[in-house]
Design a protein around this ligand. Structure first.
Ligand code: ADP
Ligand code: MG
Length: 743
């Protein structure tokens, strides 16, 4: 793929009232977003007043753009590239509340509000099931970066521990400067449901660690990554690509004084890592800039490839066009314009699968051995036999003792024998040189009869021989080391593969036949199990509630803004269950009818054969009846396909709705706890001011009931009752209560 710039899109969040402060123009190539800055805002600090500011994007999605449209235009092309083996990143950037999470993950209320992540997962898994020519495997990771520290949102300890107690995700860099993340788990996901479970688990974990004091969701970045590998069956090449879906922290700046360029450049981000992101983007958009400060923050290190590297990257600038937000929105658009200058260089991530390579090499060695045995006419093992060794020793001795300089040592085309003889010769030379040294000190007898010239010559020759020998020695030890290293590498790879295989024995394979899938499908609808996802979220921490808190929670629940949504969802869910049940029954009926038709066909065929034999009926008549039955079967099969297709869609929707409900429950619990703590603290402070005494007899409940104007509670407003409420804090039946209150 050729170098391409980062694609930028803008999305305008719906406003409550119509506004004339902005307009969207659709042009031939792309579209532009224009802000009309009111004069009173522009006055005072800009000399050459401008009222209109225009920003160009690949496309601007106005208020009414649907989640479907966003997915089709922005995410689908990236997902297609990821399927083809290229890396992809989509990131949402904008101030808090402008719709980043809504765009990336989706709204928590309706099925149609599903954002880019669930839709992309659905698209990918649908593709896997259709494409039987490839084997696909997927893994998911979900990273949260908060205050420069990384946390694994899919860590099983997450729900039980505070954020500070969790192991930090660490960045490691290998010698090729590739980034590896330690302590970030990669979770296998064999199908869409499992992947969605992981998304909801991560989102719920993110929500739980958030408190009013630590608004993690506005200050943290979340990176949901789909790791995808594909290969053709039997091929040694694998394509491994990654898709990062990024929900960045809110981009608002402190110095929110106006829309003039200078003031905004001086302003500071609330989030330091976004400031570093901007620095990286500035550096990348400058020509001839060699150093890019990726290492300054964890987020820019993790997304290094997505910014000016091996990746197809897309940015969604989310903007709010309410008057008070125009300055921030313009700053978001300015940032996007700089991002649009960055060129990326996506590469096809194709590599050889080491396991398959080893298998292939082993086969090659085996066939070479066989070929060799065929040529030499003898089978060889790796080691020499005792007999062969003795034979070689004899040959070497004869060779050494032969005074003829032309004599050769004939070992045949056998490397084992050649190596052995070399080492034998080396030993002998060493022995001889030792004994010569010893003797020459007392003047060597063999040299005594030589002239000076002859002696010098023989010394030089000896020296030469020694040098050659040392040379060979070095060569051999280098070769031996290389061999050892290679052997270790092979062992490493084999053990890693074995580990991988043990950890993830189930790889996703889409090579099942469509009929097999249908059969599985129909079996599933008989006993649809909608509960398997629950374990992920319902095992979240259940807080300890007292009897008083329980009553408070009931009232809190009645007044909570999300109550209607939860009830709506429950109604929709019930309706979907009924529909799914009906569809399941329809599918069953169709199967029964098909079986009946098949039986009819069999009987008919037997009858016809008998009648044709006895001459009572012609063959053509029997054929027309048979054809009719076959047509009916075909028709039923079509029905079956359509109905089971609907059922499958419905199942995904039900899964999604159930997860939304679980998420809403967790949110309600958390809201209640926060509110309870705040009210308690407020009341204590308030009463201490008024009475100057400690308020051990006042329960935070009374305050809440005043807020809710609940007359029932006023009836029971006795000190005794309050004390009972306060002292009866116990965990008895609290879990039961929670599930009763929420269901
Ligand atoms: P951010 O993540 O940027 O802080 P959110 O995505 O949480 O903002 O959006 C804030 C609120 O606005 C949420 O209640 C969300 O449902 C709503 N919202 C945002 N964008 C849209 C949209 N395009 N359509 C409907 N509601 C939206
Ligand atoms: Mg958000």
């Amino acid at each position: 793929m050729v170098k391409q710039t980062i694609q930028i899109f803008a999305r305008v969040k719906p406003t409550k009232k119509p506004t004339a402060d902005y307009s969207v123009d659709f042009e031939e190539q792309g579209s532009s977003l224009e802000f009309v800055v009111p004069r009173d805002l522009a006055d005072g600090f800009i000399n050459n007043k401008r009222e209109n500011y225009k920003f160009r994007f690949q496309k601007v999605f106005d208020q009414r753009a649907s989640q479907e449209e966003i997915f089709e235009t922005i995410a689908k092309p990236v997902a297609d590239n990821v399927l083809a083996g290229y890396n992809g990143t989509i990131f949402a950037y904008g101030q808090t509340g402008s719709g980043k999470t809504f765009t990336i993950t989706g709204g928590a209320e309706h099925y149609n509000d599903r954002g880019i992540i669930p839709r992309t997962l659905s698209y990918l898994y649908h593709h896997f099931s259709k494409d039987s020519s490839m084997i696909y495997t997927t893994q998911i990771s979900y990273l949260e970066i908060y205050n420069e520290a990384g946390y694994d949102l899919l860590n099983p300890q997450h729900e039980a521990s505070r954020l500070e107690d969790l192991p930090r995700v660490k960045i490691m860099e290998d010698s090729d400067q590739n980034i590896h993340l330690k302590n970030l788990s990669l979770q296998q996901s064999a199908n869409e449901e499992e992947a969605l479970d992981l998304l909801f688990l991560g989102d719920t974990n993110r929500m739980i660690s958030e408190t009013p004091m630590n608004e993690a969701s506005t200050r943290s970045h979340c990176i949901f990554t789909i790791h995808l590998c594909s290969k053709e069956p039997g091929s040694a090449t694998v394509r491994c690509s990654k898709l990062h879906l990024v929900d960045l922290a809110g981009s608002e700046r402190v110095g929110k004084t106006g829309v003039g360029g200078q003031i905004l450049t001086e302003a500071k981000y609330i989030n330091l890592s976004l400031h570093y992101l901007e620095q990286v983007i500035m550096a990348l958009s400058e020509k001839n800039r060699s150093h890019i400060p990726y290492r300054n923050s964890m987020m820019t290190s993790v997304l290094r490839d997505s910014l000016g590297g091996n990746c197809m990257t897309t940015m969604i600038a989310t903007v709010s066009v309410e008057r008070k937000n125009i300055a921030e929105s313009m700053s978001t658009c300015r940032f996007a314009q700089r991002v649009a200058l960055i060129k990326n260089d996506p590469l096809l991530n194709e590599e050889l699968d080491p396991a398959l390579l080893i298998v292939r090499l082993k086969k090659e060695i085996q066939s070479l051995k066989e070929e060799l045995a065929l040529v030499t006419g003898e089978q060889r093992s790796d080691k020499l036999t005792q007999e062969e060794i003795q034979q070689l020793e004899k040959q070497v001795n004869v060779y050494l003792e032969d005074p003829d300089c032309e004599v050769t040592l004939d070992l045949g085309p056998d490397m084992r024998k050649i190596r052995f003889c070399f080492s034998l010769l080396k030993v002998k030379v060493q022995e001889r040189s030792c004994s010569q040294n010893g003797v020459s000190n007392g003047s060597s007898p063999s040299l005594m009869g030589m002239s000076d010239g002859e002696e010098r010559k023989s010394h030089t020759e000896l020296q030469k021989l020694r040098d050659t020998l040392t040379h060979r020695d070095n060569e051999i030890s280098i070769l031996v080391n290389m061999l050892k290293r290679e052997k270790m590498k092979v062992q490493d790879v084999t053990s890693q593969l074995a580990q991988l295989h043990n950890q993830n024995p189930s790889t996703y394979s889409s090579s099942r036949s469509p009929t097999a899938l249908q059969a599985e499908e129909s079996e599933k609808c008989d006993t649809i199990d909608y509960t398997h996802t629950h374990h992920l979220i319902t095992r979240k921490r259940v807080p300890e509630l007292s009897v008083g808190q329980q009553a408070a929670f009931e009232v809190f629940l009645r007044d909570h803004e999300d109550r209607l949504t939860v009830e709506d969802n429950r109604a929709v869910l019930q309706q979907r269950f009924v529909e799914a049940k009906a569809l399941g029954e329809q599918v069953n009926q169709i199967r029964i009818r098909v079986n009946e038709l098949k039986t009819q066909l069999k009987i008919r065929r037997k009858q016809m054969a008998a009648q044709v034999l006895t001459g009572n009926q012609t063959e053509s008549e029997s054929e027309s009846v048979e054809e009719r039955i076959l047509n009916q079967i075909e028709e039923e099969k079509k029905n079956y396909k359509i109905t089971s297709g609907y059922l499958k869609g419905l199942r995904t929707e039900i899964e999604h709705l159930q997860l939304l409900r679980e998420k809403a429950k967790v949110k309600l619990q958390r809201d209640f706890e926060n509110w309870w703590t705040q009210e308690g603290a407020r009341l204590q402070g308030h009463s201490a001011e008024n009475t100057g005494s400690s308020l051990s007899h006042v329960s935070p409940l009374s305050c809440m009931f005043t807020r809710n104007n609940n007359p029932k509670v006023d009836d029971t407003d006795s000190q005794e009752r309050r004390q009972r409420e306060q002292t009866s804090f116990s965990s008895r039946d609290q879990r039961v209560f929670y599930s009763l209150a929420l269901n």
